[in-house]
Every structure is written in structure tokens, then in C-alpha cells.
Design a protein around this ligand. Sequence first.
Ligand code: PLP
Length: 375
Amino acid sequence: MKYFDHAATTPVHPLVAEEMQKWLTEGYFNASSLYQGGRMARAAVEGAREKVRELIGAQTGSLIFTSGGTESDNTAIIGCALKNRGKRKAVAVSAIEHHAVLESCEFLKQLGFEARILPVDGCGRIDMAEYKRLVDENVLLVSVMWANNEIGTIQDIPELARIAHEKGAFFHTDAVQALPYISLDVKSCGADMVSVSAHKICGPKGCGALWVKDPAIIQPFMHGGQQEDRLRGGTENVAAIAGFGKAAEILAKTREENAEGARQRREFVFEQMKKAGARINTPMECSVPGILNIAFKDVEAEGVLFFLNMEGFCISIGSACNSKSVEPSHVVRAIGIPEEYARGCLRISFGCGQTIEDAAALTEAVLRIAAQQRG
Ligand code: PLP
């Protein structure tokens, strides 16, 4: 199998699996228990918290463990809106956010909030003129993702946060896809809240974190226990959290090298695809090095995926969360991909465990299958 879908999830690092195994077996204790086993589990949770804090430059503020990027986004958006209800009535999010953000806004609409969608240009970058117009004194919270999961576009988070603050709004960023490749520093990026997820950095699924500069700005919606600074009740998933900590520790040492390897493989595939006449949907100059989105005219992505799968290649159509739908994704629509390409978007993503030879084999297979499909 040749895996090129690291934006969907990443293989668990063997050292992460080893760490988790320890807390699933002999270290099974509840981290709130007061005897020695419990204290060891607590130390594992707090050790992991320190490692994630270090990775994202979050020495101050609250870093709470969640069940993943989805919960972190929900907690940030819904939690902040509920806590500050009555002060302002609108939330503003980019048109290319992950569904975890978009659906949180839909939920807030049911509670009487207004949701403003911030348009992007053909590269997926925020339209700054519209941003300045739409983020006004009625906006309570702005959420713009650091890097997009379908096309990889990176946003200018410090500038967007600065403008939001000028208008008195809170600023959240979903950094789930940025974390594997970009050295995040939450202190200096200007955001009030940042979401990350473990399974995009070779950690376990079902584990993530939300950093909140000031925990007083959010209302928890997991009630019941005093865990996680009282912001997320429930017995901690010690094994997953310890695995996340290990993944963070490994990423801190390997990110530059990983990113460079991904960049080289992406560049190779990009050049070949461009030569063969594919439409390149990823803005190469302002995107994370691990994501390449392409499309072939009048070719359905589903068919290409089917035959690639038969040859052992794993890639995605748009985002994995959309894989049951054959309709072009909201991201494809937002960046205005022409109709003849819109159903043919393929996301190839790069990460550990791949070689340049794998990338060459994938390129050959994609081009051959796409040509057959068009025929
Ligand atoms: N945000 C982005 C940008 C993502 O890519 C994903 C997952 O694909 C999520 C949020 C959701 O994260 P999780 O799968 O950990 O819930």
C-alpha cells in the first residue's frame, strides 16, 4: 500500500504506540486517583500537556485536552459564543473552514446568532477588503483556519487576528492542518484560541487540544467533573493523551526534516501533473508543503480513486469527511474551480513513510488512470 493521505490521518508512530500501550495496560489508573498508580497517570497527562504546550509555544493560558480537532473547534466557537451571549450577535468564519467550524456556526444560528461567511480568493486566501467590511463591531468571534485541509492554503493569522481585535472581536484559529508543517507560536500569532489534533501528527485519533489564552472567555459544554481546568469534565483518556504528548515531542525534533521531505515529493508530483495539463488547485507559494490538490478536465475523481485503490494507492477526493458525497466540496465552490474540473478534484497529501519513488509511482498511476477515465 502506498499512503498519500496524511491530511486525512497519519500512521501512528511506533514510539507513540509503545507509550500508549503502557497506559492501556499496567498504567490503567484514573489520573484523579490519589494512590501511586493514579499519581503516575496524572504525571503522564501533565507531562503530555507540557510537551504540547512546548510544541505550540503555549506556556501561558489554558491547554485543555479534547477528543480531537472537532471538539476543540466546537468548544472554541460555541463555548465562546455562549459565554459572551448578549454582548454581540454575530460570528464570522471563512468560507473554507472545516465542517467542525461551519456546523458550529449553523448551531449558533439556531440560538439566534448571525453567521457571517468571509469570502476567499481563487487561492483560498481571505479577501481582505471583505474581511474588513464584514468583521465589524457586531462580531463577537472570528474563526479562520491556519491552513486549509483540502487545498493547503495558509492564512496570515497574525494580521487577521490583529484586525479582529481592533474591532473588539475574539479570534480563533483551527491549526489542525498547520501543526504538522508549521512552527506555531500561539503567543505571538495573536489568536485567543487555537485548535489542534493528535492524529495529524502521528498520534492517536480521538485526541486533540484547545489552547485558550484566557479560559474565562469560554463556557464548557462537557459538565460533570473538574478535569481540564473545569473546562472539560470527564475522566482523562490517559493513553491517548500520553500518545499525543509523545507525538508532540517527536514532531518538535523532526518537523523541519518532515516538511522538507514532503515539499520535495510534492514538488515532484506538482511538476509532473502540471506538465501533463492538470489543473493545480493548491496555491504552491502560500500553502503547507504536505497538500497538493489537482483536477483533470472532465474526469470524475471518484473513478480515479477507485482504480488507484485497486493498485494500492490511498489519496482523497477533497476532504475525507466529504468522501461519501460526490458533490464538489464547499472549498472547491468557494475558490471558484470551473465546473468541468469541479468533480475531478484529487487531494494528494505527503508525510512520513513515503519515498520519491512512491511519489513517481503514484504520479504515473494517476496520469494513466485519469487518461483512461477521460477516454
Ligand atoms: N479541522 C481541520 C482543518 C481538519 O482537517 C480536521 C480533520 O480532518 C478537523 C478539524 C477535525 O479534527 P478531528 O478529526 O481530530 O476531529
